[in-house]
Design a binder for this molecule. Structure first.
Ligand SMILES: [Zn+2]
Length: 349
């Protein structure tokens, strides 16, 4: 009887070393983490060179700062956050800045401008904490600005982050532009929004052909100005659904104009993720998936995406995040919910 030839054994340590070397040599992904801050916002972008940008910092207190620091330090392996944009001054966006800065170094801060006076929808102590943390060195962003990130010598794909709206102005507008500007055949105005949501910093990230839009809590009327008379955003691959999926935002004219393939709602169990927004997203031609950080427990199953696309189903949750990873060519991307071991790939449009 013939014996099977023996497969030469590679010592485990050598195998480990080989894998390490291969991993280091491979071109890096662009990663975007949608961190669960239960109805606030915290989106962490890590470029292929390891440079990082955090957009918003969740609510005040230790919970959200802890979750962001965990993802940044332990999951993404960062040593610091290089850039941090606070889209606007509401507590679910600026609240985590001071506690977060105690857990991880944040190098550069950006916002739509420090308020001259504390409005009714702002909290003086949070603005003060932001001023103290940034030591008055935050940069004001205006529509049209670009955030320059390092490009690696080996990376062929340019990575750009462009501000499309900030301080209530959209790119190309004069500062005297009115908030409500009738435009479009199905134009529907909402009452003028007096909150700071309208001032949100909205960015478009492009990496190769991949396009991602994060508009903070932009409201209905300003969304219309981004879509009409000219579509200033263009079609995107991934849309971080405005204002946690609220239906006072997510003007169908705007959502149809940007026509995302994948939508990610940073909602809470009882905040955002509203039925009307979900229906607008589902009605889009070409939509492939809608993800939610939370099941909306106030509505039924038909107004929520399928279970496999929800990071946190129970109201008492573990704070599961959603991770998006764009391959180094910028041609395809994967959306995963690591805690549920779910992962799906999509082609860039
Ligand atoms: Zn918000």
């Amino acid at each position: 009887m013939k014996r099977k030839p023996r497969v030469p054994m590679v010592p485990l340590a050598l195998l480990f070393l080989l894998c390490q070397t291969t991993a280091r040599a491979a071109p890096k992904h662009l990663d975007i983490y949608f961190i669960d801050v239960e109805g606030g916002a915290a989106t962490l972008i890590v470029s292929p060179t390891g440079e990082s940008l955090l957009i918003d910092s969740g609510f005040p207190g230790d919970r959200d700062a802890g979750r962001i620091a965990h993802v940044a330090l332990e999951v993404a392996g960062l040593k610091q956050i290089d850039h941090c944009i606070v889209t606007h001054w509401h507590r679910d966006h600026v609240g985590g800045i001071a506690p977060l800065a105690r857990l991880i170094r944040i190098k550069n801060y950006y916002d739509h401008r420090l308020p001259q006076a504390i409005a009714a929808d702002m909290q003086a102590e949070l603005i003060e904490a932001y001023k103290q943390t940034t030591q008055g060195k935050s940069v004001t962003l205006r529509a049209g600005d670009e955030l320059k990130l390092r490009r690696s010598r080996s990376s062929l794909r340019p990575l750009n982050i462009r501000v499309l709206a900030a301080g209530g102005m959209v790119i190309g507008e004069q500062s005297s532009a009115p908030q409500v500007r009738p435009c479009g055949s199905d134009f529907e105005a909402k009452p003028e929004d007096k909150t700071d949501n309208t001032n949100s910093v909205a960015i478009l990230l492009t990496f190769g052909r991949f396009r991602f839009f994060d508009g903070g809590d932009l409201m209905w009327n300003i969304e219309n100005r981004l879509a009409c008379p000219k579509n200033l955003v263009g079609a995107v691959d991934v849309y971080q659904v405005d204002h946690h999926g609220s239906d006072v935002s997510n003007n169908p004219t705007f959502v149809r104009a940007i026509s995302p393939r994948v939508a990610i709602i940073n909602d809470g169990p009882r905040k955002g993720g509203e039925a009307r927004t979900f229906s607008t997203l589902k009605s889009l031609k070409g939509i492939e998936a809608v993800y939610q950080l939370h099941r909306n427990v106030r509505t039924s199953d038909k107004d929520n995406t399928m279970s496999g696309y929800i990071a946190n189903e129970a109201e008492a949750c573990q704070g599961n995040f959603i991770k998006l990873s764009v391959d180094s060519s910028g041609r395809s991307y994967t959306v995963s919910i690591p805690a549920k071991q779910i992962s799906r790939s999509y082609r860039v449009r």
